[in-house]
Design a protein around this ligand. Structure first.
Ligand SMILES: [Zn+2]
Length: 89
């Protein structure tokens, strides 16, 4: 287990690890704390081998396809009551 350093130390490491100030955080391949690319990951979490940061809870969700029109639920097809019923029996 990598010992975790404090935020102030991690900020200092950003200058060394990420001198070009490239994007950091989820899906960037860089640690959001110290900017290091020395990350580990498994299927539920990832962490930084440099500062000891650890992130989890990234849950990909299936986004509904918004390009398809939503089905019209209300058709408003009310049957008209028949009038003038002459039923002579
Ligand atoms: Zn880090």
């Amino acid at each position: 287990m990598t010992p975790s350093i404090d935020d102030q130390a991690a900020q200092g490491l950003r200058q060394l690890n990420n001198p070009k100030d490239e994007p950091t955080g989820h899906f960037t391949g860089r640690c959001m704390r110290c900017g290091s690319q020395d990350l580990w990951d498994d299927n539920t979490a990832y962490g930084c081998n440099c500062c000891g940061g650890f992130w989890c809870g990234i849950e990909p969700r299936l986004v509904p396809d918004s390009s398809q029109p939503t089905p019209n639920a209300e058709l408003g097809d009310d049957p008209q009551p028949t009038t003038g019923d002459n039923n002579h029996g």
